[in-house]
Design a protein around this ligand. Structure first.
Ligand SMILES: Nc1nc2c(ncn2[C@@H]2O[C@H](COP(=O)(O)OP(=O)(O)OP(=O)(O)O)[C@@H](O)[C@H]2O)c(=O)[nH]1
Ligand SMILES: [Mg+2]
Length: 329
């Protein structure tokens, strides 16, 4: 019997294109697992992407990202747009509660046929967070959602790379987060095209806006100047203005004189991020296969060797493993 199961890449692509939610859910699982079928689905779907408004929502834990994503989704629905949402779950016991809270907060959205929600675990994920979240964004884009949002906690490099999977990244901060804003990594400032001070019902929102403005003034940015907005995600106040700002940036991406360059930059960041993740993974696998890492680590820990020369030795061992692999294939 020919393989007619829903799990073949062709069947999944056909199902997704038809709007079948089961195929969509299954494909996302395969993409998250970084399986061969998942990769084939992504490759087949990619030419259909680029239509959705892709939005990354990032910021520190508890900044109100989920509440804001819900509020943005409601505003987008009001504007007649369908919405796909990906929440990256940091897999801590703490945030499992948060996910449950998200579900309750978003109950009205989950019963709306124009909204699709999916959470992804960031741990125990061989493919790497940036790869699977970026892939999920592509799948939802190809599935025909008008808006695709991905929520991530902005703490490390991974999150910056996730942000790169979206056309527009919204950075969520709060009043009283002055120190945090000051110490914010330049990288994160660079990837955010819209800044929002959420919880503007609390004291200090205007100070936070002023601090962000001061930071932006010294940061180097290109043709797009990130707007700084205030919002109260809980009530939806300021959210229409936030969606307007996202729309303006998306229009900038598509239509400005810099559109070609913007798209090239985004593509470059995506390709480099994915190549870096793949190299990292393969290098670690090669080092593990060669038993190269553990002895070097032990030497350095005992101060019998300096970390720099150990790193050089590790790179040599990885190169050797790759050369052997190359000869075999
Ligand atoms: N006062 C006030 N509280 C808010 C606002 N928006 C969100 N919150 C509250 O802030 C808390 C965290 O909100 P979440 O939306 O879960 O924040 P998050 O950034 O998604 O959190 P993590 O995903 O756990 O990092 C919740 O208790 C929200 O009700 C707001 O505009 N004003
Ligand atoms: Mg959240």
């Amino acid at each position: 019997m020919p393989p007619t199961t829903i799990d073949t890449a062709d069947a999944l692509v056909e199902g997704i294109t038809r709007g079948d939610r089961r195929s969509l859910a299954r494909a996302l699982t395969l993409v998250e697992a970084d399986s061969a079928t998942g990769r084939a689905v992504l490759a087949a779907l990619y030419p259909r992407t680029g239509r959705a408004q892709t939005v990354g929502v990032t910021g520190s834990a508890g900044a109100g990202k989920s509440t804001l994503v819900g509020a943005i989704a409601r505003e987008q629905r009001r504007r007649g747009r369908s919405v796909g949402i990906i929440a990256v779950d940091p897999s801590s016991p703490f945030s499992h509660g948060a996910i449950l809270g998200d579900r309750i907060r978003m109950q009205d959205l989950t019963s709306d046929g124009g909204v699709f929600m999916r959470s992804m675990a960031s741990r125990g994920n061989l493919g790497g967070l940036s790869e699977s979240a970026g892939g999920a964004v592509d799948v939802l884009d190809a599935a025909g959602f008008d808006v695709v949002m991905v929520e991530t906690v902005g703490a490390g490099q991974d999150e910056v790379e996730v942000a790169n999977a979206a056309g527009t990244t919204v950075l969520v901060t709060n009043p009283g987060a002055g120190d945090e804003i000051q110490s914010m990594k330049a990288g994160l400032m660079e990837v955010a095209q819209v800044m929002v001070v959420n919880k503007a019902d609390l004291a200090g929102a205007d100070t936070a806006v002023a601090q962000l403005r001061a930071l932006l003034a010294i940061a180097e940015h290109a043709a797009w100047e990130p707007p700084i907005l205030k919002a109260i995600a809980r009530t939806g106040e300021g959210v229409p203005e936030l969606v307007d700002a996202i729309d303006r940036h998306q229009q900038h991406l598509r239509e400005s004189a810099h559109a070609v360059e913007e798209r090239r930059l985004l593509a470059e960041r995506q390709v480099i991020a994915l190549a870096r993740a793949a190299l990292h993974r393969e290098a670690l696998a090669a080092a593990a296969a060669n038993d190269a890492l553990a002895p070097l680590v032990a030497e350095v820990a005992l101060r019998g060797r300096d970390p720099r020369s150990a790193a050089e030795a590790l790179v040599l061992a990885i190169r050797r493993a790759w050369a052997v692999e190359g000869e075999r294939s």
